[in-house]
Ligand binder design. Structure first.
Ligand SMILES: [Zn+2]
Ligand SMILES: [Zn+2]
Length: 261
């Protein structure tokens, strides 16, 4: 099975239409450095999607993914859910069946304010943090994330490989930290660089690296990177900064990780 990074940007994405900073300029000049909004797909015998960002349709076509068997949502913010309309059309007119979807009660309630009744086209399973859902060859455990109310990350376990995906998350709860100690792959929020504007809801690059080291994870992948805010940082500069750490990597759009199974 593979974890496919559909997008690795924060709420703004890189580049943004209103900005001419060095980060946006770098990404305008090199398509590989563009960061669409964050989501991943788990691709094996079945394909599971975690989040539905605004660029979802383009991301899926870029990666050659033409079937989705289940959707997992982390939370209801625009950068993670604005692509739901594409999935509604897929479910209603292509599948002609409800698409299985996993989320918290808080996420469902928030989304129904903007999207109407999701249960008309999603087969919703509500989960609370700590719940594990089992599918053939793979398990997903809902992880509590310190972000908006009801936000989750997911721990994905296949035969022999553990991978945690927490794109929007501030300080880890003790339960979460215990659960993630020593995982093979930790994919973690690194929204900010330098100053962290929202330390209870997000992490900065140096904080994500510290957590990865404290938890002794085998490989840390930084994602949900804004590259903007107080201190824009180019991908080239960031690569240089993390080069000192063997086990730390920048995720990028299109990255594929083997996750066992
Ligand atoms: Zn986000
Ligand atoms: Zn910019």
């Amino acid at each position: 099975m593979e974890l496919v990074f559909l997008g690795t940007g924060a709420g703004n994405g890189v580049p943004v239409f209103y900005c001419g900073c060095p980060v946006c300029e770098e990404a305008q000049g090199d398509a590989r450095l563009r960061r669409t909004r964050s989501a991943v797909a788990v691709v094996g015998d079945a394909t599971y999607l975690i989040d539905a960002p605004p660029e979802l349709s383009v991301q899926l076509m870029r990666e050659g993914i033409c079937r989705i068997d289940g959707l997992f949502l982390t939370h209801a913010h625009h950068d993670h859910c604005a692509g739901l309309g594409d999935l509604e059309i897929y479910a209603r007119y292509h599948l002609k069946a409800k698409l299985p979807a996993v989320m918290t009660k808080e996420t469902l309630e928030e989304l129904e304010k903007s999207h109407g009744s999701l249960k008309d086209w999603l087969q919703v399973t509500l989960v609370a943090p700590g719940v594990t859902l089992k599918y053939p060859g793979i398990e997903f455990t809902a992880l509590p994330a310190s972000h908006a109310p009801g936000t989750l990350g997911y721990l994905i376990n296949t035969a022999g490989v553990s991978t945690a995906y927490l794109p929007d998350n501030g300080p880890l709860t003790p339960w979460c930290a215990a659960r993630l100690r020593g995982v093979d792959n930790l994919v973690l929020d690194a929204t900010f660089h330098g100053e962290n504007w929202y330390p209870q809801q997000h992490l900065a690059v140096h904080e994500a690296i510290r957590i990865g080291r404290e938890l002794a994870v085998k490989r840390l992948y930084l994602t949900h990177m804004s590259m903007h805010y107080s201190e824009p940082v180019t991908s080239a500069a960031l690569e240089q900064e993390i080069a000192a750490y063997d086990s730390v990597h920048l995720a990028y759009d299109g990255l594929r990780l083997g996750i066992g199974g």
